[in-house]
Design a protein around this ligand. Sequence first.
Ligand SMILES: [Mg+2]
Length: 256
Amino acid sequence: MIKGIISDMDGVVYRGKQLIPGAQAFVKRLLDAQTPFLFLTNNAEQTPLDLKLKLQQLGIPGLTEDNFITSAMATAMFLKQQKAHATVFVVGGGGLINELYNVGFSISESHPDYVVVSKTTSFSFEQLKKAVRLIDGGAKFIGTNPDMIDPIEGGHEPAAGTLLAAISAATGKQPYIVGKPNALMMMLAARKLGLHPEEALMVGDRMDTDIVGGMEAGMKTALVLSGVTTQDMIDDFPYRPDYVFQNVGEISLEGL
Ligand SMILES: [Mg+2]
């Protein structure tokens, strides 16, 4: 029985600055029925407050910061389980640094336990050099999310995966990446909702990230056709979603 929903955002709720039809009705239904739900994003730059304000501006009010999980939060939750009070060197923005502070980590450039990397617009050769030196010296190599590029107005720009690839090339080491499609992120989201994975429905617009991650975490999955994956593409994958909808407006828990 499905008790809660974990939903992707880009291609599900909005596309760029455009709200997707049905998104308002979907969120209103969840709020009215007091269904536990989380919006999940690989974006590690924006905080839950940024995301709440973004949805509010798009015409979806009533959400709280507790309704969101980012790959920065998931990375901090994961690393805290691995080692309490660890030291980290961060290649990333304020959002990620905040989450790491929140779980009791401290920032250090002298023999840190972890080098944690996410997209940051202030990326520099100096940061690259330090990250490589610290990983060569034994720090564990962690990435928030694997996305090589992010869509922006009129095209795309390099994202976390591109920075991880540069550090990999120099160290010969592969990062452990927490964000989608790693099912770990979905499981951390379910735990944040207080649900077992099989009680949660993972909603997303991509077979190769949202649906595979949800499936591997043991969740029910719902593909929406309002984003990247089209109806014709579904059969190209060796796994299938449990449900397919045109958009999130068609999803109601009573109907599943
Ligand atoms: Mg998406």
